[in-house]
Design a protein around this ligand. Structure first.
Ligand SMILES: NC(=O)c1ccc[n+]([C@@H]2O[C@H](COP(=O)([O-])OP(=O)(O)OC[C@H]3O[C@@H](n4cnc5c(N)ncnc54)[C@H](O)[C@@H]3O)[C@@H](O)[C@H]2O)c1
Length: 253
């Protein structure tokens, strides 16, 4: 890994598992000091241990992204620990499965929008408030291919991910002149604990995810993480407001 992020400080939400864990590890391998944050203390601590075992620098902070005070504290923790915040990967998210729009409960709608969309907005709010006063930074939000195209039976998830793509564009326009770049990654099916559960629970759909993918396979978390590192680095210095599909070609169909 090229150390493009040497002397930078990054934070990652939902970094106890899957894509967030891979991103935290990749950011650290690229030289960043990483605040690993998650609602789950144990899995977050495991990510920190993995980074430290590879001689990277990381610390854990427990934060629920729906809690404004916790999110504000999370940003302060990164700054208090390492004196700055340069990069943020707002990644924590959940999904509902196999429920059509009219059958969705208000509870599932509220929870999905709260974590996926409000959570990303809250993180951006406090990251931007800091970065604006301290020379800028790079923010990457995890959306999804279903933030760029519709899919059946995940109405709240699809709405939340489209919302993230829109929010990414809005903030990119607002803060481009403050040297804050805001982009999104839009993963297709990526092998993570969340996807493993889904493929076990609904083997028929799981099989289709592989067969229907132009690349004939699901992706790996590291393939998303590499894009996150690139979007956080100066190598993507003129890219902002963009949503990058990392999907094996699904959206090209
Ligand atoms: N895996 C895929 O196929 C795929 C595809 C497209 C998009 N995504 C998106 O990628 C992101 C990560 O997904 P994953 O597959 O790695 O999932 P995952 O379930 O493996 O990891 C999600 C992490 O987020 C944490 N989390 C959940 N709610 C939280 C909250 N309120 N506050 C803080 N942390 C919280 C969990 O504890 C967990 O560690 C999500 O936003 C998901 O929508 C995943």
């Amino acid at each position: 890994m090229v150390r493009d992020l040497e002397s930078k400080v990054a934070l990652v939400t939902g970094a106890g598992s899957g894509i967030g864990r891979a991103s935290a590890i990749a950011l650290a391998a690229a030289g960043a000091k990483v605040l690993v944050t998650d609602i789950d203390q144990q899995s977050g601590a495991e990510t920190v241990t993995e980074i430290q075992a590879a001689r990277g620098e990381a610390a854990f902070f427990e934060a629920d992204v729906t809690d404004a005070q916790a999110v504000e504290d999370m940003v302060r923790k990164a700054v208090d620990t390492w004196g700055r915040l340069d990069c943020a990967h707002n990644n924590a998210g959940i999904a509902e499965f196999r429920v059509r729009t009219a059958d969705l409960t208000e509870e599932v709608w509220d929870r999905t929008i709260d974590i996926n969309l409000k959570g990303v907005w809250l993180c951006m709010k406090y990251e931007i408030l800091y970065m604006k006063e301290h020379g800028g930074g790079a923010i990457v939000n995890t959306a999804s291919v279903v933030g760029l195209a519709g899919v059946r039976q995940q109405p709240a998830y699809v709405a939340s991910k489209h919302g993230i793509v829109g929010l990414t564009k809005a903030a990119a326009l607002e803060y481009a002149q403050d040297d804050i770049r805001v982009n999104a990654v839009c993963p297709g099916p990526i092998r993570t604990p969340a996807l493993d559960w889904y493929m076990r629970e609904f083997p028929d759909v799981g099989k289709r995810l592989e067969e229907d993918n132009p690349s004939g396979r699901v992706g790996e978390s590291e393939e998303v993480a590499r894009a996150v590192v690139w979007l956080c680095s100066d190598r993507s210095s003129y890219i902002t407001g963009h949503s990058v599909a990392i999907d094996g070609g699904v959206l090209a169909k």
